[in-house]
Design a protein around this ligand. Structure first.
Ligand code: GLY
Length: 337
């Protein structure tokens, strides 16, 4: 039996679709569209879609969408309930970008749930792009954001457990059982993974926007900032071409300015899928040994509403919402067994 038939049969036995092939063969095109990282993106997409369906802007949609994830205490990699740094403080990174190259970002923000809304306020109310740490908090307070304790008992417990060994090692995908796939097109055999939420959307006015928000690497060094709040790394939007966002170990995404790279590759004529593949290949080329041990994933859309995704390793999922469908898909990946 050919290995491909074997793969399909095994997938069917596991109750999974041969999505790698299915993804590539499928006409992945729709507008308006909302797409976000990971299976939990499905719930964020629903909130974003409410905005889009009511003829709202992609900018409002992506903010509303990722706020759902920021508020979800069960999601230990974004917003409230995020895993803290090694000193026990939950610090948030977020950025937002619209169709006119306007962008705003916050890094190492503490005690404010909706980092994405602070990032949007930076974009709309200041001449700057990025505010960090105490300055970002001061700005948030001056603009009416309320403080709260973001460290939930579950995350505090995980941190105390981690302190016993205090091993500082990123893992490929943080697995948990919090999000059970519900959509029939989900791969029931897939792992549930956790990381940054990045969301990109194309609205009914043919405008693109994106948002990206995270509590960053669990138990990170104090002051560590990943790719998520860095325009061009964690997120990039060019309304003439498309948009991309990233998830995974931010250091490797920053090194290749990943999301900007994906958009520039689309500018050169690559489909979103091929652009994501090329960006992941760049991560591997830069440091093949490192790439074997970590996860990085990209999602992208272009102005036509075509979309794609690719990751270093198995286990990366992404969520798609259009007028016709709501999907959670298994991303194709580089390191095949
Ligand atoms: N991609 C999230 C981070 O590295 O912080």
């Amino acid at each position: 039996m050919s290995s491909r038939r074997n793969f399909i049969q095994q997938s069917m036995l596991l109750g999974t679709l041969p999505v790698t092939q299915w993804d590539l063969d499928r006409q992945k095109k729709a507008a308006p569209i909302v797409i976000s990282t990971w299976d939990f993106g499905k719930y964020a997409n629903q909130a974003a879609w409410e905005v889009i369906a009511n003829k709202g802007t992609a900018l409002d949609a992506v903010e509303a969408g990722v706020k759902v994830t920021e508020l979800d205490a069960n999601n230990q990699s974004v917003g409230y309930g995020g895993l803290p740094d090694r000193d026990g403080a939950v610090t948030l990174d977020a950025c937002i970008m619209d169709h006119e190259y306007r962008c705003g970002s916050v890094a190492a923000l503490e005690n404010i749930v909706h980092a994405i809304s602070v990032a949007r306020a930076v974009m709309e109310k200041t001449p700057h792009v990025m505010l960090v740490g105490p300055g970002a908090l001061q700005f948030a307070l001056e603009n009416g954001f309320k403080t709260s304790n973001l460290l939930t008992p579950a995350s505090e417990k995980a941190w105390k457990e981690w302190l016993k060994n205090a091993k500082y090692e990123p893992v490929k995908n943080i697995e948990n059982q919090l999000y059970q796939p519900q959509n029939s097109k989900v791969l029931p055999g897939s792992r549930d993974n956790h990381d940054t939420i990045g969301m990109i959307a194309l609205d009914q006015h043919h405008n693109l926007s994106g948002a990206c928000t995270t509590s960053g690497m669990a138990f990170k060094l104090k002051g560590r900032v990943g790719d998520s709040p860095i325009i061009g790394a964690g997120l990039y939007v060019d309304n003439e071409i498309g948009a991309a966002t990233a998830t995974g170990v931010g250091e490797e995404v920053i090194r290749i300015v990943g999301s900007h790279l994906v958009v520039e590759l689309m500018r050169q004529g690559l489909t979103p899928q091929k652009a994501c593949i090329a960006a992941v290949e760049r991560v591997v080329k830069r440091n093949p040994a490192r790439a074997k041990d970590i996860q990085v994933g990209f999602i992208a859309i272009n102005r036509k509403g075509e979309y794609g995704a690719f990751a270093l390793h198995d286990g990366f999922t992404y969520s798609v919402k259009t007028a016709k469908e709501e999907l959670v898909l298994q991303s194709d990946f580089y390191f095949k067994k």
